[in-house]
Design a protein around this ligand. Structure first.
Ligand code: ADP
Length: 473
């Protein structure tokens, strides 16, 4: 753990495993609630000093962290592949994405502007000013183990907050590597703190109930997000929640079905489908569904599962056996209810994969609303295709979910693009675009996919209080 500028180890540790082969790759300090308290107190002690530094100084620290992350890109990516499983090329992309947040907020730290507002009274002046909220507690997931950390830490410290972060128990090594970078970048003691633990619940309870914590930011599943929001409610702590998704991917018959199928093949199987913006329901207009499926199948068949450090591997393992079981349950349920299996549909246990958590890239068609996969987030490598007839019908089906994170639309009709963009109840919409994400753009969900936004100027506001001054002169 990293508390008050120092690394500490506990007597009790927990093991971290490579999901591709089951090999133990490290032992990590098993922090307790007591360590969460220590870290929060260190963050509180550092707060007024850090909030009082200039934006230029905070910007310089972030910029140095960006440069260090780029220098260490290869080693960080290799660690990520061993710890999280994604192919090396995807890990390199993620490190770049993670570093982008450090650079973007290094720039934006200098642009926390206030406002003056004209008053109706000649003897009055209004001034609006922004101040850091205080100590921030953050909880991050394992699927993007570097960028989900920088997406919180960078805006928090740009704003002048101090932070205590608990990473997912599956990926603490990546978190430690990020905090080494923050340390080496010269961020003062107590400003950033890392508490690793095999047991997230007590740490989460401390984050929610400790009065020194002024804001909680969480990325993870909707059920856990609801627990944390509930526990933070008695103190009305500010919360940001990036939760689950159930993204529709809609292909209209005026789009090129081959181009759309290539797009979905890329985005659906990225990170083995373990992304909250992964397309979970692929709606294709009936007249083009056969052409679409033909191209998609050609792409799915070519995916090469295995250890992400081996060349030629394009899809890695799932995070653990429970994830494999969940995916398999959805596929078995869909097949029992009449879906057609076009490829995959099984666990992969051949050769070196037997000790890992692999599921075959899978393509299902004839998926219908009575199936689990139509309702639940999959978080796995299964493309579920549903035919539709009209625009109204597909918008209604796409919105028929409690989730509201990402949606994708393929169409060449400008009016239809605008209509669907406006009608879809999702926070992020890719129009003929499979990657509508960037450090410069606001990321976040509607409905039960979350509260607040990360990235962009919106992401910085999450860490700022607005203060109004009314001056009588
Ligand atoms: P996933 O299903 O993606 O693993 P989780 O929501 O379980 O999503 O995990 C995301 C993060 O939330 C991880 O850092 C995990 O340790 C943490 N977490 C899980 N359960 C709790 C809890 N009860 N309180 C606080 N944090 C939790």
């Amino acid at each position: 753990m990293y508390i008050n500028g120092e690394w500490l180890i506990t007597e009790k540790t927990f093991a971290v495993y490579n999901p591709a082969c089951g090999e133990e790759i490290g032992q990590v300090a098993d922090g307790t609630r007591h360590h969460a308290v220590m870290a929060i107190e260190a963050a509180q002690a550092a707060f007024s000093g850090w909030a009082g530094t200039t934006a230029y100084k905070r910007s310089e620290c972030l910029y140095r962290a960006y440069e260090l992350m780029i220098e260490r890109k290869q080693q960080l990516a290799e660690l990520m592949t061993r710890e999280q499983g994604k192919p090396l090329k995807a890990s390199l992309n993620e490190v770049q994405y993670g570093a982008d947040f450090l650079r973007w907020y290094a720039e934006e730290a200098k642009r926390v502007y206030g406002e003056t507002i004209p008053s109706a009274r000649s003897d009055q002046r209004f001034i609006v000013h922004h101040q850091p909220v205080g100590v921030v507690a953050a909880i991050t997931p394992w699927n993007y183990p570097v960028s989900m950390i920088t997406r919180k830490v960078a805006p928090a410290i740009a704003a002048g907050c101090t932070i205590v972060l608990k990473p997912a128990e599956a990926t603490p090594l990546c978190a430690m590597a990020v905090f080494e970078i923050l340390h080496d970048a010269g961020i003062p003691a107590g400003v950033v703190n890392l508490v690793t633990s095999a047991e997230p619940k007590p740490i989460g309870e401390e984050f929610c109930t400790n009065v020194l914590v002024k804001k909680l930011t969480f990325t993870g599943s909707t059920p856990v997000g609801k627990i944390l929001a509930r526990d933070a409610a008695p103190q009305l702590k500010r919360v940001s929640m990036e939760l689950g998704g159930h993204a529709p991917f809609i292909v209209f018959d005026d789009a090129d079905p081959v181009h759309a199928a290539k797009g979905v093949a890329l985005i659906k199987f990225l990170n083995a489908g373990q992304a909250c913006i992964s397309p979970n329901r692929i709606f294709v207009q009936r007249s083009i569904v056969e052409t679409f499926l033909k191209t998609l199948k050609e792409r799915v068949v070519k995916l090469q599962a295995g250890n992400g450090l081996e060349s030629g591997v394009t899809i890695g393992p799932l995070v653990n056996q429970a994830a494999v079981d969940k995916v398999d349950k959805q596929v078995v349920d869909a097949l029992a209810k009449g879906a057609t299996l076009l490829h995959g549909g099984k666990r992969l246990v051949e050769g070196n994969m037997k000790n890992g958590h692999f599921y075959a890239p899978t393509l299902l068609s004839n998926v219908s609303p009575d199936m689990l996969i139509y309702r639940e987030e999959t978080f796995g490598p299964v493309a579920a295709v549903i035919a539709f007839d009209s625009e109204d019908e597909v918008i209604a089906m796409a919105n028929d979910t409690n989730y509201g994170l990402a949606a994708y639309v393929y169409t060449q009709n400008l009016s239809r693009a605008m209509r669907t963009f406006e009608a879809l109840q999702f926070g992020i919409i890719g129009i003929n675009d499979i990657n509508p994400t960037s450090a410069a753009a606001p990321f976040g969900g509607m409905k039960e996919s979350g509260l607040g936004r990360e990235g962009a100027r919106d992401g910085l506001k999450e860490y700022l209080e607005t203060k109004l001054g009314g001056f009588s002169i």
